[in-house]
Design a protein around this ligand. Structure first.
Ligand code: PLP
Length: 388
């Protein structure tokens, strides 16, 4: 009988620490989760109606491999209208969320002997994608004193002949940091000068506060950027798996080729609903309400955290996360601290180390949770932490 063994590549993939904590929390009662990176809103009615209508109109067939042409046009139109960036619809591929867009970029661009620079901390999938692509991984630290932006000088220092790609993600998960125009331009210049691709993962582009603006990297380095984006957060559509990538001509060609054999296309009627999401004013009105609700919660949590001992929040201007520092005098690791909070306050937060070594000493708090739950969680955390 043939024995099963795992391919070496797959063996390298790490189970997410986030999942471990969720599994522990699931076995407990009366737990409030501030761990979830998913909008708690329902998809706007107008988008759901468009999907139902598309089904009735016969959008039940195979779609072109790169996505339905009218949907790709609507995406290009959105970038033109919203950011004044010209995008050729042929440079767009429709993907199963930003996740697939990211995976395709790693697999199309990297091979053994190539290096990729990934921020630390960073969203969990980049490192695992790099391992699957068998690329070398360098982590560029994001520092509080730099508002968790990539430091262009530090980046130049890290670049070698092997460097093929840099990953960026603003507004940022887990820190909530945003990027400014000057830094975006400086990084774009480095990418052009050293012939490096930028994978810019931008699913939180619409969640900005205190007047912050988003700077899509295709605006500054159009020939070097692979932009990954998604409807998941923007229109609260995580389960629809609707996303896309925009990339330079040769790269998009390879991504489309690979896409045909790995995941398959996003369901046709969902792509048709995506056109409505982008073109109908009502979906943008719904986004405005969601953004305002997040803004209110953000204020509430930042204010609440001020009263809680042993945690100090970075004041983020984007996404729906708060990155908070644990009092070093407690001498607790991020993981111990998150476990302690779960055991003693019944609140789930994510240990910073889930996002990289630099996350040691930090936790991520998500406010994609109802206001009442947030208030209750703050209260519980305050009471529990006062005992330490
Ligand atoms: N990129 C970042 C930074 C994320 O935080 C997430 C989801 O949490 C994703 C990508 C995945 O999004 P999607 O649902 O579009 O695959």
């Amino acid at each position: 009988k043939r024995k099963y063994f795992m391919a070496g590549r797959i063996n390298l993939i790490q189970r997410s620490k986030i999942r471990e904590l969720f599994e522990k929390a699931r076995k407990m009662e009366n737990v409030i989760s501030l761990g979830i990176g998913e909008p708690d809103f329902d998809t706007p009615e107008v988008i759901k109606d468009a999907a139902k209508r598309a089904l009735d109109e016969g959008y039940t067939h195979y779609t072109p491999n790169a996505g339905i042409p009218e949907f790709r046009e609507a995406i290009a139109e959105y970038y033109r209208d919203f950011y004044k960036v010209d995008v050729d619809p042929n440079s767009i591929i429709v993907t199963a969320g930003a996740y697939e867009a990211t995976y395709l970029a790693f697999e199309s661009l990297l091979e053994q002997g190539d290096d990729v620079i990934i921020p630390d901390p960073a969203f969990v999938c980049y490192v695992e994608d790099a391992k699957i692509a068998e690329a070398g991984i360098l982590r560029i630290p994001l520092r509080e004193e730099n508002e968790f932006r990539i430091d262009p000088d530090e980046l130049v220092e890290m670049v070698t002949k092997r460097t093929r790609m840099l990953v960026m993600n603003y507004p940022n998960n887990p820190t909530g940091a945003t990027i400014d125009k000057r830094t975006a331009k400086a990084i774009a210049d480095i990418a052009e000068d050293y012939n490096i691709y930028i994978l810019s993962d931008e699913p939180y582009e619409h969640f900005l506060y205190e007047g912050a603006k988003h700077h899509p990297m295709i605006k500054y380095a159009p020939d070097n950027t692979i932009l990954a984006n998604s409807f998941s957060k923007t229109f609260a559509m995580t389960g629809w798996r609707l996303g896309f990538a925009i990339a330079p001509p040769q790269v998009i060609k390879d991504m489309i080729k690979l896409h045909a054999y790995i995941v398959g296309n996003v369901t046709s009627f969902i792509q048709i609903a995506g056109i409505t999401a982008l073109r109908d004013k009502r979906s943008w009105d719904a986004l405005k309400v969601m953004r305002e609700t997040y803004a209110e919660r953000r204020k509430l949590v930042l204010k609440g955290l001020k009263a809680i001992p042993h945690i100090e929040a970075f004041r983020p201007k984007g996404a729906f996360y708060i990155w908070a520092k644990i009092n070093p005098e407690l001498d607790m690791s991020s993981e111990d601290f998150a476990n302690w909070l779960l055991d003693n306050a019944g609140v789930v937060v994510i240990p910073g180390t889930a996002f990289g070594k630099q996350g040691e000493g930090w936790i991520r708090i998500s406010y994609a949770t109802k206001k009442e739950q947030l208030i209750e969680a703050m209260d519980r955390m305050e009471k529990a932490l006062e005992t330490l």
